[in-house]
Design a protein around this ligand. Structure first.
Ligand code: PCA
Length: 218
């Protein structure tokens, strides 16, 4: 007899280091979560290139391969002091620095003819509340910037718009302790891994978001 055993998967992506750095906390978090089981789902931790254009097809390949129920893309936002679930992805590439292939697009849409923006379908405020309850700094962010992270976030939500029931979004992380210059905010890798795992758990358990006042940055 043939039994159908469909594994329930979660995809967590990180980025390779960029802007001359040697490490990216999001890459380390994805690596650490790969193969773990959260709320009955197996996590696939994967790496995306920090390259406009190339990062989205690689994400699409991973989506086709694993057919995840939930997708959380993660990136570094050096200088931020908190783990920040992003609320919105916008249809613009406007790079302040070159990507890892040397490209620096200016005022170009991510998807020509696409809508101006997509909202995350993660329960962003519930994630913030769960992280804070666990003693981690967390805030909702209303801008993922206009570099490769926003590009991937927009590309993800554009793909997911036709995949009913698959939820997704983006989380930015501060610098790791070892990356931060004096006076710069940072977190340990352990806290970041725990924080993203908790975000996955919260998203899997909670379909509807909380109405939380004060969970956001300016
Ligand atoms: N952070 C960059 C791109 C890759 C990363 O980790 C960003 O915020 O766009």
């Amino acid at each position: 007899m043939k039994t159908k055993l469909k594994k329930r998967m979660v995809l967590v992506t990180g980025f390779e280091p960029f802007d001359g750095a040697e490490i990216n906390p999001s890459q380390e978090v994805a690596r650490n979560l790969n193969g773990t089981v959260i709320a009955g789902h197996t996590v696939v931790g994967a790496l995306l290139p920090c390259v406009f254009g190339a990062a989205i097809p690689e994400l699409q390949r991973l989506l086709r391969l694993y057919r995840p129920a939930l997708v959380i893309c993660v990136g570094q936002a050096g200088g931020r002091a908190a783990i920040t679930p992003e609320r919105v992805a916008i249809n613009i590439d406007d790079a302040r620095i070159p990507d890892n292939a040397g490209a620096q697009p200016v005022d170009r849409p991510v998807v020509r003819g696409g809508p101006a923006a997509y909202f995350s379908t993660l329960p962003v405020k519930a994630i913030v509340a769960a992280l804070r309850a666990a003693g981690l700094p967390s805030e909702v962010s209303s801008t993922a910037g206009t570099f490769v992270c926003n590009h991937v976030f927009y590309g993800l939500m554009h793909v997911l718009r036709t995949q009913k029931g698959v939820r997704g979004g983006f989380i930015h992380l501060p610098f790791l302790r070892e990356q931060a210059q004096e006076g710069q905010a940072s977190l340990t890798l352990e806290d970041m891994v725990f924080g993203v795992a908790l975000a996955v758990d919260t998203a899997l358990r909670r379909k509807k978001d909380l109405r939380l006042v004060g969970g956001q940055t300016q």
